[in-house]
Write a protein that binds this ligand. Structure first.
Ligand SMILES: [Zn+2]
Ligand SMILES: [Zn+2]
Length: 424
C-alpha cells in the first residue's frame, strides 16, 4: 500500500466501514427511542457566531477559554465550530419563535461537535454528539422523561450496570448562599489545593467540587454540601424527581460532586454511568438550564437536556464485548466466467437491484477464481455465474455459498428464485 503523505488532523479520526455496523446500530436505536418519547429532529449549522457560545456556553468554562475552534471569515466576522448543541438549540428556539408551539418543545440532534482537547480514548477533537432537549417546562416529570430517554437508549444497546449519578445545584435564589459557604471553607485551605482550584475559587467556585487532582480530594470530601441549603422550590423539585426514579426502579446515587459551573444551570444535574472502558464510565451528562434563554437574549424559558458522544457509546459497546452487529453483505454476487458474459452481468445486476435484491458484481475483467474469491470475502449468500453455456441457453447457475451444491435455472426466473429463498 502506498504511504500517504497526509494524515488526519491530530485527535480527529476516520470511521472506517468495519466500525460502521456499531454506528448503524446506535443510530437505529436512537431513532426508535426518540419516536417512542415524541422528540422531533432539529438540525443546526456546524458553526455559529462566536458570541453565542461565549454567552451560551459561558465565559470562564474550559470550552470557551481553551477548546473552541474560532476563526474569522472573509469579512472578518468571528465564527466558531460548534463545541456543543445546547446554545444553538436555544438560539433557534428564540429566532423562530418556537415558544408558540405546544410546550415543552422537544427536539433531538445528531452531528459533529469540535473541541480542542487532549486526545484520549473516546474523546476526539471532532466527535459526534447525540443531543436531546426539552424547552418550556420546569416540571420535574420532564427531567425524569429526559433521563428516561438516556436510560432507555443505553439499556436497549445492552449496556450493563447502568446507574444515574444525580444532584441538584439549586437556583439563583439558593445557590449564592451556598457559594458563600463554599468559598469561606476553601479560603482557609488555599495551600492544600491545586493551582486550578485556586483559580476556580475566584472565577467558578462550584467547579471546585469536580476537581480530579488527588491532593484536592480530602478537601472536597469535607466541603459543605449544597443539599443543606436548597430553597423550598429546589428541594421539592429534587424530591419529586427522586420519587419518579424510585417508582420506576431506576438505580441512582446522589453525587454531591456533580456540578456545572455556570449560573444558568439550575436544579437537576445528572450523568448515566455504565460498565465500560473503565470500571465505571459516564456515557452521558445533562441537566436543567433554566437561565440559558435569558443569557442568549430570550425571555426566561426553563429547559432540560442531555448530550452523549457516539464514539464513547461505540467504545462501551466494544468493551462490553457483545457480538458486533453483522456487517452488511450482498444477497447475490454476479460472476462472469467468460468476458462475453459482461453485458449480461451488468444488465442482470441492474434488474436485481430494481427488484430490491442487494447485489454486486466483480469489476475489471478478472479471472473466474479472483471473482469467486471476492464473492467469498464479501460474504455473499449466492453466487450467480454466467458462462458460455448459460449465455447460449438463456440460463444462469446459482451457487450456494453456505452449503454445497448449485443449480442451473432459466435466467428469467432468477429474481423469483432468489426472493423465495431470501424469505425462507
Ligand atoms: Zn433554589
Ligand atoms: Zn483541584
Amino acid at each position: 500500500m502506498a504511504r500517504s503523505s497526509f494524515q488526519s488532523p491530530k485527535g480527529i479520526r476516520d470511521v472506517l466501514p468495519e466500525e460502521q455496523p456499531y454506528w448503524h446500530r446506535v443510530e437505529e436505536t436512537i431513532r426508535k427511542i426518540v419516536r417512542l418519547y415524541g422528540y422531533e429532529r432539529l438540525d443546526l449549522p456546524v458553526f455559529e457566531e462566536t458570541a453565542l457560545y461565549r454567552r451560551g456556553v459561558g465565559e470562564g468554562t474550559d470550552i470557551v477559554e481553551k477548546e473552541m475552534y474560532t476563526f474569522l471569515d472573509r469579512s472578518e466576522k468571528s465564527f466558531t465550530l460548534r463545541p456543543e448543541f445546547t446554545a444553538g438549540v436555544m438560539r433557534a428556539y428564540i429566532e423562530h419563535g418556537l415558544a408558540q408551539r405546544p410546550r415543552p418543545f422537544k427536539v433531538w440532534s445528531l452531528g459533529p461537535v469540535f473541541r480542542y482537547e487532549r486526545p484520549q480514548a473516546g474523546r476526539y477533537r471532532q466527535h459526534t454528539q447525540f443531543n436531546v432537549e426539552a424547552l418550556g417546562e420546569i416540571d420535574p416529570a420532564l427531567d425524569f422523561e429526559i433521563m428516561s430517554v438516556a436510560y432507555h437508549l443505553y439499556s436497549d444497546l445492552g449496556f450493563r450496570n447502568l446507574n444515574f449519578q444525580i444532584n441538584s445545584i439549586g437556583c439563583p435564589e439558593c445557590r449564592p448562599g451556598f457559594l458563600k459557604q463554599l468559598t469561606a471553607y476553601y479560603a482557609g485551605r488555599k495551600d492544600d489545593i491545586c493551582e486550578d482550584c485556586r483559580k476556580r475559587l475566584d472565577v467558578n467556585p462550584l467547579r471546585l467540587l469536580d476537581c480530579k487532582v488527588p491532593a484536592c480530594q480530602p478537601v472536597i470530601e469535607s466541603a459543605p454540601r449544597i443539599s443543606g441549603v436548597l430553597c423550598d422550590e429546589c428541594r421539592d423539585h429534587f424530591a419529586r424527581l427522586r420519587t419518579y426514579l424510585d417508582n420506576a426502579g431506576r438505580p441512582y446515587v446522589i453525587n454531591h460532586r456533580l456540578v456545572r459551573g455556570l449560573d444558568y444551570y439550575t436544579k437537576t444535574v445528572f450523568e448515566v454511568w455504565a460498565e465500560g472502558i473503565g470500571a465505571q464510565n459516564a456515557v452521558c451528562g445533562g441537566g436543567r438550564y433554566d437561565g440559558l434563554a435569558e443569557a442568549v437574549g430570550g425571555v426566561p424559558t426553563p429547559a432540560v437536556g442531555f448530550a452523549s458522544g457516539i464514539e464513547r457509546i461505540v467504545l462501551t459497546m466494544q468493551s462490553q464485548d457483545g457480538a458486533p452487529p453483522a456487517p452488511p453483505h450482498p444477497a447475490v454476487f454476479l460472476v462472469m466466467q467468460v468476458p462475453q458474459a459482461g453485458e449480461q452481468v451488468v444488465s442482470l445486476l441492474a434488474e436485481l437491484r430494481a427488484a430490491g435484491v442487494d447485489a454486486m458484481m466483480a469489476f475489471g475483467g478478472r479471472s473466474m477464481k479472483a471473482q469467486m474469491r471476492e464473492a467469498n470475502k464479501r460474504n455473499a449468500e449466492y453466487v450467480v455465474i454466467i458462462g458460455e453455456r448459460e449465455l447460449a441457453d438463456g440460463t444462469v447457475t446459482v451457487k450456494y455459498m453456505d452449503a454445497e451444491g448449485q443449480e442451473t435455472i432459466a435466467r428469467d426466473s432468477l429474481i423469483g428464485f432468489i426472493r423465495a429463498r431470501l424469505h425462507e
